[in-house]
Design a protein around this ligand. Sequence first.
Ligand SMILES: Nc1ncnc2c1ncn2[C@@H]1O[C@H](COP(=O)(O)OP(=O)(O)OP(=O)(O)O)[C@@H](O)[C@H]1O
Length: 283
Amino acid sequence: MKLEVRDANFHYKMKKKSGPDLYAENVSFTLEPGEILSILGPNGAGKTTMLKCITGLLDWTEGETRIDDEPRNTIKKKDLWKRIGYVPQAQKMTFGYTILEMVIMGRAPYISTLQQPNQTDTEASLEALEAVGIKHLAHSTCDEVSGGELQLALIARTLVSEPELLILDEPESHLDIQKQIVILETIRRLATEKEISCIINTHYPNHAFYLADKVLLTGKDKGLVFGPVNEVMTESRMKHFFGIELKKIIFEEDDLLLETMVPKALGLNRELSNCKFNDFAEV
Ligand SMILES: Nc1ncnc2c1ncn2[C@@H]1O[C@H](COP(=O)(O)OP(=O)(O)OP(=O)(O)O)[C@@H](O)[C@H]1O
């Protein structure tokens, strides 16, 4: 799916303040089929608000979203949600469905009202659970798995709806490092093999390096920058948006290129840490 946002603005009407607060200002970008966009910005910058406006859960105050060159507002909501998969920020659920039943619900666009899910729906759901590494939890109920496992199940539920655009709001926030990598690899595979476009809100700059073709950096009063990951994620921009010094490190091993950003504030004093480094050298 090709997604365009043109000259868009959004503000909430604030109850207690005199004027409205702007949470997405002059947003313009294009995402081609199979491209991955990471949205990065400080807490409260408006990233979730932006996702809601892009998908139509909230209406832009000005500007528009276009899908495959058509204004989003002219596409029926039911047809739109067949094409877009949205995974919100993780929330604990307390209902008694099993993980498999919950994932099968993601097949709803393909099952008519009076029809029961069939073998294909069950197999697709088990496959999605396997892709995110939790097939063994298929028969556990949603309230007896951890927050991270539930998050993986919600991602699986979105995958079985076979979306053309996958939108994930901080999908890694409750996951251990191995499961974060499973999710990032799954997203990258879907984009490459099935040309699914993805938008992912994240607080991890390193995930943007690993995953994204494009980055949108946003900070309420600091403006907005959009472009290829290496052009946008510079040390000076990160300082401007996050107010901290990050050092960009590029590391090569065999044919792999690893890029990362490390907060300078976490550097250790050379003399004080000397003994740590010596210990490390002997290991
Ligand atoms: N319904 C609402 N009415 C008024 N203000 C809201 C509403 N929802 C969110 N906000 C405010 O809008 C701002 C942006 O919120 P949003 O959730 O989009 O930020 P975010 O960048 O996703 O934050 P985080 O990284 O902490 O998840 C916040 O200051 C929030 O308090």
